[in-house]
Design a protein around this ligand. Structure first.
Ligand code: ADP
Length: 923
């Protein structure tokens, strides 16, 4: 808000204003009062004069008017006429008898009427008008013979007019005098006020200047102590204030300079720390890089020999072994698989911690992927006589989009745990659209009624509930939360018994969360365990393959003692027909046939893992045959299901076929189709056996396909060669990148299996060059990478170089053949046991290899071809690592280091030591 000027003005103006304003106001009021009183007096005098003159003239003119004597009237009026504006004598009727001067603007109607008084007056501002009655007084008339009688009525009127001019003049004079007087007073008062205000203002101004100077930062000023007491006090206070401010200022400056110094020191320190941190970060990054490299290396070093061990033990297992040898072989295989799973867990976990995992999004068949996983564990489960069941609800669509590899990894982990920690009962993998309570050993009568229609509904994204439930040892409630912590195991004694890294569930949890799902464990000690996964996956295409949409009205019966196995089979069969009857034992089936008179196209007898044929099966078959002459299918928990039924039984109860459990949906459908069409030949040839043996037979899936294997590890080379030759492929070999490129040029191979790590030219560069060559030669070729690097770095680089697929070591043989079939346009055929791969794995071969490599090394060093020795070192390290020759490996590493450091004399000694050691080993 803006202040009025006076308030904004300085103290001096305020003092002046305070003094002058009241004085001027009072003098104006007084002047005004004086003028008013004077004017009232003058007006009073004028009025009185007018009235007196009119009265006098009325009295004096009584007789003259009575006598109409104008002369006398003129005489009477002579003197008053000079002092008035005008006067007149009137008859009683107001006719003018005689008039003197000017009566101005007399208006007879304006005379005011006063009760009982005939005198009156009024003014129009410029003039004053007075009137008096002329009354006849009887005693005054003596001269007349008959004097007139006194009457109350006037005999005439005297009118007098006075001018206001005189009054106004006097008024103006009064005003002038008043104004002059008040101006004079104001002037005098102003001079006095100005003088006094100066007395007060000057020292205040001085002090103000001093404070302003202080404010501008100059604290050296000093106020003069003089003048009034209050001013002196003020000056002293200001001086004290200035000195204390000076002191404070000095202290402040000291503190600021101290703080600045501190700050500078802190900044220097911070800078130093920052530098240290940068150094640490760089070191850390280097360390991380080294760690990644270490991981890749570890992965390569560990998985490569493990691949060989697992591959060859599998083969060895199928050669003619004594019982003892077979047991040793089994032990080696089992331990290697366990070791591989631990290595995989640790590497996976480490990868998740540091580099993260990127999910793939591809189309896949959920049922087939889960069937793969279940098959892998069937052997172990059936060995323990526990049922292994995959129950996919019939309303769950087949094809989804997502990461099947990771989904399989999760399912595999959970299933491995379930089988591992269950000694009796069952393990059920359940896939449903709704979550459903599961309790092992549940029974449900409503199951034994015909199945519901398979849903063909299709929505974009479906919520899937995958549950792996077992009837095993369970987990104590207090241990459950430990399980999702890295390396957490419910009971360490369990770990000692079963093995494991304690990372499986953590990895599962992280993968599930990466897929946007959730995982939960529900268990109690001794009550079995139930791990549930909730996932949302986009559905692709039709809900079910066309071939699996039921169109038939034939009835199929299932006899299975296990509720969940029954349920799983029935769910599978709803893709075949709508009429599925599932019963627990043959007696129930007989009742059904008797009561309802049902006819079945096929009766499926599903055996429990503990009942591998025998008397019960014979009894069941003979009971069935009483009521049913059609096909019977026996599902047995055996690698070779035909072993459950002796040939003579087969002939006796024919037609009877056998299939291995767990039976794949497609397999079951194919069989039912073949039975329906009466054409069993095709299937009988090879499909009646299990998927869990995982062993190879010469299927010729890759018959005539020319494959180049570029792999520097000779043993792996042999393994891959054997594997592909069994499938009928024509195999070419290359030990390094350069050779791979040459062989590709020379041969007509359409598939190249390329290891990422190779001497001379690594697999990534070799892939690039081969693909460029292929383009120039207008040849079609597919490169499939092989890597043991879990960090996905290598795989990514391989793909960037042009590899269409990258497989991880240890190579899953089935996946390898499947992939090769896919890219060669061949038809993949499931494997069957019996094939024995020939491979040069003997100790003699190893010895030959070692001697050759050490000889090469000697030659390379003697001729100074250090560059070539790199490849030889690689081979020697691979061999020594593969066969656990720790000492040799160490010596080779030391020798390599000496060469790098160019310590020739030491290198020579070390080379001799290596030669001696090899000599000793190969003796
Ligand atoms: P591991 O590789 O050691 O099996 P996991 O993370 O898969 O690691 O499992 C951790 C622990 O959880 C196991 O050692 C076991 O104590 C417990 N566990 C997991 N699954 C089951 C199960 N189905 N039944 C009983 N215990 C289980």
């Amino acid at each position: 808000m803006k202040l009025p000027f006076a308030l904004q003005a300085g103290i001096r103006s305020k003092i002046l204003l305070m003094v002058i304003l009241p004085v001027v106001t009072i003098s104006i009021i007084l002047t005004w009062y004086f003028i008013s009183v004077r004017r009232a007096d003058l007006a009073d005098n004028l009025q009185r004069f007018g009235e007196t003159t009119a009265e006098y003239l009325a009295t004096a003119s009584e007789l003259a008017i009575f006598a109409d004597d104008a002369q006398s009237l003129a005489l009477i009026a002579r003197e008053p006429a000079q002092r008035t504006q005008g006067l007149a004598f009137q008859h009683a009727n107001h006719d003018v008898l005689i008039q003197f001067g000017d009566l101005a603007n007399l208006d007879p109607d304006r005379w005011p009427q006063i009760e009982g008084d005939l005198h009156s007056w009024y003014t129009d501002g410029d003039y004053w008008y007075f009137r008096a009655p002329v009354m006849l007084q009887a005693d005054a008339i003596t001269d007349y013979a008959e004097p007139p009688q006194a009457v109350d009525e006037p005999i005439g009127w005297v009118v007098v007019t006075l001018s206001s001019a005189e009054l106004n003049r006097a008024d103006r004079q009064n005003v002038l005098v008043g104004v002059l007087l008040s101006s004079l007073i104001t002037l005098v008062v102003s001079i006095i006020a100005w003088f006094f205000s100066r007395q007060i203002y000057r020292p205040v101004r001085e002090l103000t200047n001093i404070v302003e100077t202080m404010e501008s930062g100059d604290l050296s000023v000093h106020a003069r102590v003089a003048g009034e007491r209050e001013i002196q006090i003020l000056a002293r206070v200001i001086n004290r204030m200035a000195s204390s401010l000076r002191e404070t200022n000095i202290n402040l400056q000291l503190e600021v300079s101290e703080a600045t110094q501190g700050l500078r020191a802190a900044l220097t320190d911070l800078e130093q720390r920052n530098n240290d941190l940068l150094v640490t970060r760089d070191e850390l990054e280097t360390a991380m890089g080294a760690k990644d490299q270490f991981l890749a290396r570890m992965s390569h070093e560990l998985r490569t020999p493990l691949t060989t061990i697992i591959g060859f033990t599998r083969r060895l297992d199928h050669t003619a072994l004594s019982a003892e040898q077979a047991e040793y072989c089994h032990a080696i295989h089992h331990s290697s698989v366990l070791l591989l799973s631990v290595i995989n867990d640790i590497l996976d976990f480490s990868r998740m911690q540091h580099t993260g995992i990127e999910l793939e999004i591809v189309e896949f068949n959920l049922v087939e992927e889960l069937e793969d996983v279940v098959s892998m564990h069937a052997h172990t489960a059936y060995d323990k006589s526990i049922e292994l069941i995959l129950l996919v609800d019939s309303d769950v669509p087949d094809r989804f989009s997502g990461d099947p590899v990771r989904l399989k990894q999760i399912a595999n982990n959970l299933l491995a745990n379930a089988v591992k920690f269950t000694d009796e009962g069952e393990v059920v993998v359940r896939v449903a659209l709704q979550q459903e309570e599961y309790a092992p050993g549940d029974d449900e009568k409503s199951l034994d009624t015909p199945g519901v229609d398979a849903s063909t509904g299709n929505s974009d994204v479906l919520a899937l509930h995958i549950t792996v439930a077992d009837s095993g040892i369970g987990i104590a409630a207090e241990d459950i939360e430990k399980l999702f912590k890295p390396f957490g195991q419910a009971d360490t004694s369990i770990n000692r018994r079963f093995g494991g890294s304690g990372l499986g569930l953590v990895i599962c949890q992280q993968l599930v969360e990466l897929m946007g799902g959730s995982i939960a464990i529900d268990s109690d000690h001794g009550q079995g365990t139930r791990v549930s996964i909730g996932l949302e996956l986009p559905v692709v295409g039709e809900a079910h393959d066309e071939s699996s949409i039921p169109s038939r009205s034939d009835s199929v019966a299932i006899i299975d003692a296990n509720l969940w196995s029954r349920r799983a089979l029935r769910s599978q069969l709803t893709h075949w027909t709508r009429q599925v009857f599932a019963v627990a034992e043959v007696g129930d089936l007989v009742k059904l046939i008797d009561q309802r008179g049902l006819n079945f196209a096929v009766i499926i007898v599903s055996l429990s893992p503990s009942a591998r044929g025998g008397a019960l099966l014979l009894e069941t078959l003979s009971t069935i045959r009483v009521h049913h002459s059609g096909p019977i299918m026996v599902l047995a928990c055996l690698e070779d299901a035909s072993l459950a039924i002796p040939d003579e039984v087969l002939h006796h109860y024919a037609p009877v076929w056998s299939l291995s459990k767990p039976v794949r949906r497609k397999n079951l459908m194919d069989w039912l189709k073949a039975i329906e069409q009466g054409d069993m030949r095709e299937l009988e040839r090879g499909e009646n056996t299990t998927q869990f043996s995982g062993e190879l037979a010469s299927h010729g899936s890759l018959k005539g396909v020319s494959v180049l294997i570029a792999e520097d590890n000779r043993f792996n080379q042999n393994l891959l060669k054997a594997l592909l030759e069994i499938e009928g492929a024509l195999v070419g070999l290359a030990d390094n990148g350069v050779e791979a490129i040459e062989r590709f040029q020379q041969s007509d191979c359409s598939l190249v299996l390329m290891d990422a790590h190779m001497p001379l030219v690594d697999g990534i560069e070799a892939t690039r060059q081969i693909l460029t060559l292929a383009e120039e030669l207008e040849r079609e070729v597919t490169v499939i990478g092989l890597t043991a690097d879990t960090t996905e770095n290598e795989s990514e680089r391989m793909k960037q170089a042009g590899a269409l697929e990258v497989l991880y070591k240890p190579i899953d043989e089935e996946a390898l053949v499947k992939t090769l079939c896919e890219y060669s346009g061949s038809v993949y055929r499931s494997r069957k046991s019996g094939g024995i791969a020939s491979a040069e794995t003997s100790r003699a071969a190893l010895k030959r290899e070692l001697i050759k490599e050490v000889g090469n090394l000697r030659r390379a060093l003697d001729t100074g071809q250090i560059g070539e020795s790199r490849e030889i070192f690689h081979q020697l390290l691979g061999l020594s690592g593969l066969y656990g020759m720790v000492e040799l490996r160490q010596r080779v590493i030391e020798l390599r280091e000496s060469l790098i450091l160019q310590n020739d004399s030491l290198a020579k000694e070390q080379l001799s030591a290596v030669e001696a050691l090899v000599h000793r080993i190969t003796e």
